[in-house]
Design a binder for this molecule. Structure first.
Ligand code: ATP
Length: 481
């Protein structure tokens, strides 16, 4: 590695000293300044082989300097360091043309290795940079500044200008869909549609037509042509949620589409180009599923071009208070009263294990807003709310919460949301119908559409089941076997 001149701008003297020492030891010449104006002067005079800049400096924001530097010296690489550790900073740094973004505090070894890379990697053609207006700031959804989340932001920001297939792992409720949406909303396909399909929610016989569409008459009940999710997402992003739940036959079909870049509808012959970016997600251990023969290895490798693992909330408890503030603010936007938590209550939430992750926290905040009248929430309320959830999980069932307590929570919020008024009459039938539909649909799908077996499973008379299917307008699809 040849010695280079590195220009460093940071208003923190300690950082300047540390960088001078670490990079000096590598044989580089380091020039430092505490403001943006001096950095700009140096760059303008043609000095330096590499720039390392902070974001917030007394005279100018380092991010605003990047496009100006790129204009006069497009080949000069810029590393951005920032303590403003949001997804937005990472996105802005990347889209304005920074070579790399390093959230502070960073590991010096990492910095040195990034510097070496910046000085030695040949210039790439570089994907077109996407630029967004400031107004998009509002939309950025991912909250949390923990180290673990910053790492995620850095990876997401780098993936945004690309079309690479991304595989997002993470427990339920960790924000997999939100991360996928962020990739779409800030990526180069953002003018297209984001289409999410949950593999676990579609009966297996319907998956192919759901994904690829079907022609009129392709199977019994296909009375018209129907477009599939690939077609709906054309030009945009297709989010395949719970990919681990995809049946093997559908996996084979998907693999072929990914390999060939085109698909045909069910019953159709003309190949159609697949113009989607694929983002898949699962809470399962796909590697283990591959070993067990439940997931195709070749599909696994196709999808895992870039794997991302979203950390469970208990591994980033420092983000909890910010998330709570965010969800309270959301409730306030909807006209609900906002609350605060006292110190003890907050401590309890930080120590809790959050099996349902951010979704569970979000639901808790909603309950606190609608069910309790006090402005400051104390430990008693938190204890009783959390113990109810825990009571649900300690039951022998494998469900995350018992059906009864889930329904009870739902109904309590429903009543509370009416603010002392009563809901519309006919509640008993409405609630039972809401339960009846998923119960019947799932029983039918479990018995592959066999109404005799479904009736037996449910303990219903066959004619009663048939009548309910008609009344609720449930689509019955017969299994292939
Ligand atoms: N970092 C975050 N900041 C703000 N909200 C978040 C964050 N992560 C998750 N959420 C919220 O938590 C809820 C669950 O998130 P999401 O649906 O993306 O999770 P998921 O991992 O896809 O869950 P599942 O595996 O159950 O589908 C959503 O309402 C989402 O808005």
């Amino acid at each position: 590695m040849t010695a280079a001149t590195i220009l460093v701008a940071d208003d923190d003297k300690a950082i300047r000293t540390v960088l001078t020492q670490a990079l000096g030891r590598q044989g580089h010449v380091v020039r430092t300044t505490g403001n943006a104006a001096t950095l700009w002067q140096w760059v303008n005079a043609g000095e330096g082989d590499l720039v390392i800049t902070d974001v917030v400096m007394p005279d100018e924001n380092g991010l605003d300097l990047i496009p100006r530097i790129k204009k006069i010296r497009p080949g000069l690489r810029i590393l951005v360091m920032s303590a403003q550790n949001t997804l937005l900073t990472a996105v802005k740094a990347t889209e304005r043309g920074a070579f790399e973004y390093l959230p502070k505090p960073f590991d010096l070894r990492e910095l040195v290795s990034v510097v070496n890379r910046a000085l030695s990697e040949p210039a790439s053609g570089g994907g077109a940079l996407v630029h967004h207006g400031e107004e998009e700031e509002e939309k950025l959804p991912l909250i949390g500044r923990s180290q673990a989340m910053q790492e995620i932001y850095r990876v997401l920001a780098r993936l945004m200008p690309t079309d690479l297939t991304v595989m997002i792992y993470g427990e339920s409720g960790t924000g997999k869909e939100l991360a996928a949406r962020a990739l779409h909303d800030y990526g180069k396909r953002r003018r297209g549609t984001f289409v999410a399909v949950n593999m676990a929610a579609i009966p297996r016989e319907l998956i192919e037509s759901e994904l690829f569409g079907h022609e009129k008459g392709a199977f019994t009940g296909a009375t018209t042509r129907s477009s599939g999710r690939f077609e709906q997402a054309a030009g945009g992003t297709l989010f395949l949620d719970e990919i681990g739940d995809m049946p093997l036959e559908a996996q084979t079909r998907l693999l072929r589409v990914l390999q060939e870049g085109e698909y045909t509808t069910v019953g159709g012959r003309t190949p159609i180009r697949a113009d989607v970016r694929i983002i898949a997600a699962t809470h399962r251990d796909l590697r283990q599923m591959v070993r067990q023969g439940l997931f195709r290895e070749d599909l696994f490798y196709r999808l895992s071009v870039v794997p991302i693992r979203l950390p469970p909330l208990r591994e980033r408890s420092e983000d909890i208070s910010e998330l709570i503030r965010h969800f309270f603010a959301e409730a306030q936007n909807e006209g609900l009263a906002t609350k605060t938590l006292d110190g003890e209550a907050m401590e309890a939430l930080r120590a809790y294990h959050w099996p349902g992750n951010v979704r569970e926290l979000e639901n808790l905040v909603r309950r606190l807003t609608v069910l309790y009248s006090q402005e400051t929430i104390g430990i008693d309320v938190i204890n009783s709310e959390l113990s109810e959830v825990d009571a649900g999980t300690s039951e022998p069932s494998t469900a995350p919460d018992s059906l009864g307590s889930a329904v009870e929570h739902h109904l309590r919020s429903y009543f509370a949301a009416h603010d002392g008024n009563l809901p519309a009459p006919g509640l008993y039938d409405r609630v039972l119908r809401e339960l009846e539909r998923p119960l019947i649909e799932l029983s039918l799908s479990a018995t592959r559409g066999n109404q005799i077996r479904a009736a037996k499973l449910l303990g219903l008379n066959r004619n009663t089941l048939r009548k309910k299917i008609r009344d609720l307008d449930i689509q019955v699809v017969r299994g292939l076997k």
